[in-house]
Design a protein around this ligand. Structure first.
Ligand code: DX5
Ligand code: ZN
Length: 226
């Protein structure tokens, strides 16, 4: 079982106090900063520019996890200033040149990942597996925070883990994005996910501080109890 990784969704952070939020995330053992890049076409929303992400690097040393919710991601990838250890997710639905886009990410030294919307079949992954290090299973439809889990995505995580293992890609990790709450993460973990985009449903729930939410999230990690 892989150790649980937490990717903090920057769009859910306190945007007026971004520098101190980033410092708290780093101090509390968060693994990645999840940057949602939206173009208003692939999803009906606009969000976080790569230039803003570059600025935030001045106060944060964590690896960045870019989630590109844009049409033709191959046009955006060259504008990202990627560091070793970063991840870039591209949607299978967003380009007919998925392998080319994944190869561009790999060539820059980051890990390429492929994201699937809730209704996109796992079969879209089969021929890109040699080029990627992570699959992002969307557990809500992309574009907005604060949505409810699409229930059939839990079984999809399980089927994805089984497919990856049966084809020999045991090292490829599975990230889930959308409604990763304290209640849903144990179900996602059990299904085989190991990397969680934590946003308004958990890490940035106003009932907690970043410190108390991070502690509660870490306590859910099954790999620690083996
Ligand atoms: C979009 C985002 C959202 C969100 C996750 O890709 O990553 O899914 O910030 O946080 P929740 O669903 O908990 O608001
Ligand atoms: Zn995301």
């Amino acid at each position: 079982m892989k150790k649980m990784k937490l990717a903090a969704s920057l769009m859910c952070a306190d945007i007026l106090n971004l520098a101190s939020e980033l410092q708290k995330l780093e101090k509390n053992g968060i693994d990645y900063i999840h940057i949602d890049v939206m173009d208003g076409h692939f999803v009906p929303n606009l969000m976080l520019s790569p230039q803003l992400a570059d600025q935030t690097r001045m106060v944060c040393n964590l690896p960045y996890d870019y989630h590109l919710m844009v049409d033709r991601p191959e046009n955006i990838i060259p504008t990202l200033r990627l560091h070793p250890g970063d991840i870039v997710s591209i949607h299978a639905e967003s380009t007919v040149h998925l392998q080319r886009a994944a190869a561009m990410i790999k060539a820059s030294g980051a890990t390429a990942a492929v994201a699937l919307n809730p209704a996109t079949p796992l079969e879209f992954l089969r021929d890109i597996l040699p080029d990627i290090g992570m699959v992002l299973i969307m557990t809500v439809n992309p574009g907005f925070s604060g949505q409810k889990l699409v229930p059939q995505t839990l079984l999809k995580i399980e089927r994805c883990r089984a497919m990856l293992d049966s084809l020999g890609f045991t090292d490829i990790s599975i990230q889930t994005d959308g409604n990763c709450s304290f209640e849903n993460i144990p179900k996602m973990l059990k299904a085989g996910a190991d990397n969680f985009v934590v946003g308004s449903s958990s890490l940035f729930d106003p009932a907690y501080t970043i410190k108390t939410a991070a502690e509660k999230l870490r306590a859910l990690d099954l790999s620690e109890n083996i």
